[in-house]
Design a protein around this ligand. Structure first.
Ligand code: ADP
Ligand code: ZN
Ligand code: ZN
Length: 755
């Protein structure tokens, strides 16, 4: 059978839109696969070019007579480019996307406009020749030429800009000296370096003695690395146990072998503090990626990696696709973080994708967390990952904080209606008096300020979305999903009573309450309002870090890996809000948030206290978090997952259906389920592997957003492959069924969010 290959000539983000089809000669059919480098005749002159195969099919896209043959398969050696293309192929299959979408995810975006050049003047004369000429210029009163030559005699390689600005010569002067062959202008493409801390070069690095718990990990890893063993390790280490120090040792080990390393860190924890530690240790070999960088700046980092100018990249999810030729290690810090799952197609998970990339490149993966995901811990229990545990904090004086759980129902019974329990109030007073710092943590979810009627229970809702409107200062009500805005009603639109008012406690209200109770305290608030602008986030953290504020109030944002040695009290104002959601990961999230938030206290020499306020003091997430007992939490949580057949025990495919017409959305969701059920009955292999399990279809957790009706169907099976097959089948089905013209369907494997 004839086979055709889709080939891209230039390996870049833009090139994937220009795919060329070639015939695969019979003798090459075995060798040609996705990612294979091939030699092809290209253009009118049929000059040979290197291309990469990104797709294989049996159907020609145009006149068969005009399709050229692939000449040959380029070397056997697998290049980094082939690997990234293969990885795209894996992502396409594993998460369901088109090959183009997958390729665009793994290939860097080029940005031509921002390409920069650096011009340097180079003196072509010897010192003597130069000095003779200088005298000549002096005699002839060529002032500008004299200045430039004198400058070059002092500094024979001089940036063009310096000559213009410091020596105050014009470009025509430079040109005439160039003509006289006194100097030449060299042009170099430069790739910007976002790490501006070059002052902190390697010299300032003083090695620390690793603790036994840390050293054990380094030794075990090093031994296996030497033996050529490549695998995935999970470091379960309490907050402050020194995981980052361990990562750096492991990276040093891999670098010694001439290899390179990728370090993934959630964007929110990618602070100056963290980056500085890596730069202190590894100097100019380190670069970063983040979403605040321009496309051009990001592209430059990919080029620097490709050219071998750097060996370590620190960044969020997308740093996983750094084109390192000799990748040796991928570290994923805070591996439990939700942000490692992409929310746009392809909805890949960076942890799984990292493991696949490492497999292709013969590299190892190190995952680290104080609260590992159920997925990773289960793999560690099954022996698929190697588990390391660190139970103590690294700094001698730093011990884990004392945690108290306060029952908010009893506070209410005692007549305390404020948002601070008696315990928290007195601890706050004491810390403020001592001049120590406090962090107050608020779970944003469900804590938005909505308006409701105390008489009839009316809640002001968005007419386009199934969500309550948020009360903003200045008296407007706003929808966070579509931007709809209206004034706050003075009387209840439903029962006409005047008892309509704002409820719930946002960060602003906490701030007001703290200031009222402790008028002398200096309070900082960190939420999406105060962190707008490029540096808002870093600025607030820096102010707090310098001790210029006593209290820091915030949402999830403040719980992530910052190290403030003077924080001795952490208050979690209401630990329940994350428990009562329809998300099967709610218990896991609550445990993570509480543990991470508690971990902020007592990181320095001072002892720490944590107060967890809750209406459910007996919930296992709260009980185990207050004891910082991950294993106990894991044991209970995994029982629940097994019982309910949820991930990671079962695999889950989320099918998300939206339409402008409510009826169509309902019909479509039912049709998809029916189609799958009958597919299920026809296929022998599925019969053997066990039936698919369904939840729904039903209305999504927000039934309508921006006038689109939303429904959701969950499909579960022990075997991931079965879900991939189900999805492939449904995609075919959707193409041939008319009702899907006005309906959109999205697939998500083991989704991290609740639809
Ligand atoms: P984690 O990443 O587990 O939260 P870090 O690596 O940030 O922990 O370490 C917490 C603090 O302890 C940091 O200030 C770090 O410099 C310090 N630290 C880590 N290991 C050691 C050690 N072996 N000796 C002394 N201090 C250490
Ligand atoms: Zn009312
Ligand atoms: Zn809305």
């Amino acid at each position: 059978m004839e086979q055709y290959a889709d080939i891209i000539i230039n390996i870049s983000h833009e090139a994937v839109d220009r795919v060329f089809q070639y015939r695969i000669p019979e003798k090459l059919q075995q060798a040609v696969q996705i990612g294979t480098p091939v030699k092809v005749p290209f253009g009118n002159g049929n000059r040979f070019q290197r291309g990469y195969v990104v797709g294989i099919s049996q159907t020609p896209n145009f006149d068969v007579a005009k399709i050229k043959d692939i000449d040959s398969v380029e070397e056997k050696r697998i290049t980094m480019e082939s690997q990234l293309i293969q990885l795209a192929g894996w992502i396409k299959k594993q998460y369901g996307s088109t090959m183009i979408q997958a390729l665009k995810t793994v290939l860097p975006v080029k940005d031509k406009i921002e390409q920069r050049e650096q011009r340097t003047l180079q003196l072509l004369l010897t010192k003597e020749e130069g000095e003779t000429l200088l005298l000549e210029y002096e005699k002839k009163h060529y002032k500008a030429k004299e200045r430039l030559l004198l400058g070059l005699l002092k500094q024979p390689m001089m940036p063009y800009e310096v000559a213009l600005k410091k020596l105050n010569v014009t470009s025509s002067v430079i040109k005439s000296l160039e003509k006289e062959q006194v100097l030449c202008v060299r042009t170099k493409q430069v790739h910007r370096n976002p790490v501006a801390y070059s002052v902190l070069e390697k010299e300032t690095f003083t090695p620390i003695m690793l603790r036994e718990e840390q050293q054990r990990i380094v030794d075990a890893f090093s031994k296996e690395y030497e033996e050529g063993i490549r695998k995935t390790y999970l470091i379960h280490g309490v907050t402050g146990s020194g995981k980052t120090e361990v990562y750096m040792e492991l990276i040093a080990k891999v670098l010694e072998k001439g290899k390179q390393a990728i370090v993934l860190i959630p964007e929110i924890s990618l602070t100056y503090q963290t980056v500085r530690r890596f730069v202190e240790r590894f100097g100019g070999q380190v670069t970063i990626l983040n979403s605040r960088m321009s496309k051009g700046e990001r592209y430059d980092q990919f080029m620097r990696a490709k050219n071998g100018e750097i060996s370590i990249v620190i960044g969020p999810r997308s740093a996983l696709f750094m084109p390192f030729q000799k990748l040796g290690l991928i570290v994923i810090d805070e591996e439990h973080e939700m942000s490692y799952k992409s929310e746009s197609v392809p909805k890949y998970h960076a942890r799984e994708t990292a493991i696949e990339r490492a497999r292709m490149a013969n590299a190892s993966v190190v995952l680290g967390s104080a609260t590992p995901s159920l997925e990773s811990y289960t793999k560690a229990m099954l022996g698929e990952f190697t588990l390391f545990t660190m139970k103590q904090r690294a700094k001698k004086q730093a011990v884990l904080p004392k945690v108290q759980v306060v029952d908010l129902r009893q506070e209410l019974a005692k007549g305390n209606r404020s948002m601070f329990s008696g315990t928290l109030q007195s601890l706050m007073a004491e810390r403020l008096q001592k001049g120590e710092q406090i962090m107050l943590f608020l779970n944003r979810r469900g804590y938005s300020n909505f308006i409701s009627c105390r008489k009839c229970g009316y809640v002001a809702m968005c007419p386009h979305c199934d969500v309550s409107l948020t009360h903003h200062r200045g008296g407007s009500l706003r929808c966070h999903y579509c931007g709809y805005e209206r004034p706050v009603p003075k009387i209840c639109p439903s029962c006409q009573s005047k008892y309509i008012a704002g409820f719930g406690t946002g960060t602003q209200k906490v701030e007001e309450a703290v200031k009222k109770m402790f008028p002398m305290s200096r309070v900082l608030r960190m939420d999406t309002d105060t962190t707008k602008g490029k540096e808002g986030f870093d600025r607030i953290l820096a102010t707090f870090s310098k001790g210029e504020a006593d209290v820091l109030i915030g949402t999830q944002m403040i719980v992530k890996g910052h190290d403030f040695p003077k924080v001795t009290l952490v208050g979690i104002l209401a630990a329940d809000l994350s428990l009562h959601s329809s998300d099967f990961r709610a218990g896991e999230r609550a445990f993570q948030l509480l543990t991470q938030a508690s971990g902020r206290a007592g990181r320095g020499e001072l002892l720490g206290d944590v107060v967890i306020q809750t209406y459910n003091p007996e919930h296992y997430s709260i009980v185990t978090a207050s004891k910082q007992d991950y294993e106990a939490f894991y044991q209970q949580e995994i029982v629940y997952r097994r019982l309910m057949k949820y991930p990671p025990v079962y695999q889950m495919l989320t099918i998300f259906i939206t339409s402008k017409e409510q009826d169509l959305a309902i019909q479509a969701s039912v049709a998809l389920k029916d189609a799958l059920v009958s597919f299920n009955h026809q296929r022998e292999e599925i019969k053997e592997a066990g039936e698919l399990l369904f939840i729904g279809p039903s209305e999504a957790s927000f039934g309508k957003i921006q006038d689109l009706y939303r429904r959701v169907l969950y499909v579960k099976h022990l075997d991931y492959e079965m879900l991939v097959k189900s999805k492939d089948f449904l995609e075919g089905y959707i193409e041939y069924s008319v009702i899907f013209k006005e309906v959109q369907v999205q697939f998500d494997f083991n989704a991290m969010i609740v639809y």
